[in-house]
Write a protein that binds this ligand. Sequence first.
Ligand code: GUN
Ligand code: FE
Length: 450
Amino acid sequence: MSQNDTTARIAHVFKGTFVHSTPRDAVEILENSVLGVDDEGKIAFIEKDEQLVSLSKIWEFETSDVKQLGQYEFLMPGMVDTHIHASQYSYAGTALDLPLLEWLNTYTFPVEAKYKDLDFANNVYTKVVRRTLKNGTTTACYFATIHTDASLLLGELADKFGQRALVGKVCMDCNSAVPQYKESPGECKAETDRFIKELLEKEYPNVKPVVTPRFAPSCSASLLSELGEIANNNKLHIQSHISENKEEVELVKTLFPGCKSYTDVYLKHNLLTDRTVMAHGCHLTDEELEIFHETGSAISHCPNSNISICSGMLNVRNVLNHKVKLGLGTDVAGGYSPSMLDAMRRTLDTSKALTIQDPQHQTLTFEEVFRLATLGGSKALSLDEQIGNFVVGKDFDALRVNVCVPDGPIDLFSDESPKDILEKFLNLGDDRNITEVYVSGRQVVPFPDT
Ligand code: GUN
Ligand code: FE
């Protein structure tokens, strides 16, 4: 082993227990280990702790600077929220009494129309970025609204607080029952171009634009085509919604009679790429999942939302069996919780509900769900070369977890194994247990102002 980059200096070294996923093991627990982060925020080494002295010579750090994790502490990769509406955070926890299409027209579109006002946007967007970071979301794939300036502000705030983010200015040119919340097709294309150009010009290291047709019912065929072209010409990410509830699937059939399926609508408009993430997919057929597999497109599973607005229950096992990339999402505010721990719990609940309905169903394990929230999310967003687990050369996006904080939500009884401790955190923990958050090696929680 040698220090391959002579300019890299070590910024942090942690010693203790590290928990992450690999393609082979849903949970790998590395005890008595050391992990070093260089000054570019990348993982420089991860080794057994008996190597500490020799590592300190190779990398020229003082062993006295090593951060020692306690008995009930571990580091895990930051969580990846593959689908969250930053603009809907103001009413998260309310308005869950209508099905999707009525919910959009009654609650969502009137609220999203308010983001013309940048003061309103600044208040909500500051709160959602801080709340999600504090809850361990180191990467968020955000929907904003149709407003370019407010969407740029969301990018600015993610950068300021240090969250890795994909930010989407929403595109929609039809079927809104709220007249002030819709764009003309020309406006939509021009503003999408401006949004992408201005966000890229900021050169934020960890914040990038994502092309965002809201969903097929909100977009004309020509808008979908234009957005496909913009994304493909600029190699950008794409996000949208698909097959969330049955009424919506029927509506898409009537709106796009020339298409074989909901998936075919996006396929025909060149919106299914290996940088695409589609939320929900509860009612996709096996044939449609096959197209996801072939195109390398991903699904964001948002179980809180799916249950809260009675959309459906995605069979994640079936999606995984089709070798389709899948991450978890909160889908605030269709989902009421901004926490990815909640998304993991609801994923397990849904899987267990499917097992109750069909005992042959192979229930997801908590280890698999942990992988979906971390490595799976990074793959779903095609960021797995950069983040997702603790591999040398990847960016250090991580949570320092302490399951034994004073007045915390977890009781321990001294006979728990490291895996039990992980499981207790995933099922019982909350942001009090996430004592530090790092993105690209930068400590972003606790916030500098607190
Ligand atoms: N489909 C189209 N727009 C939305 C949205 O804002 N939330 C959810 N859950 N589904 C959608
Ligand atoms: Fe959504």
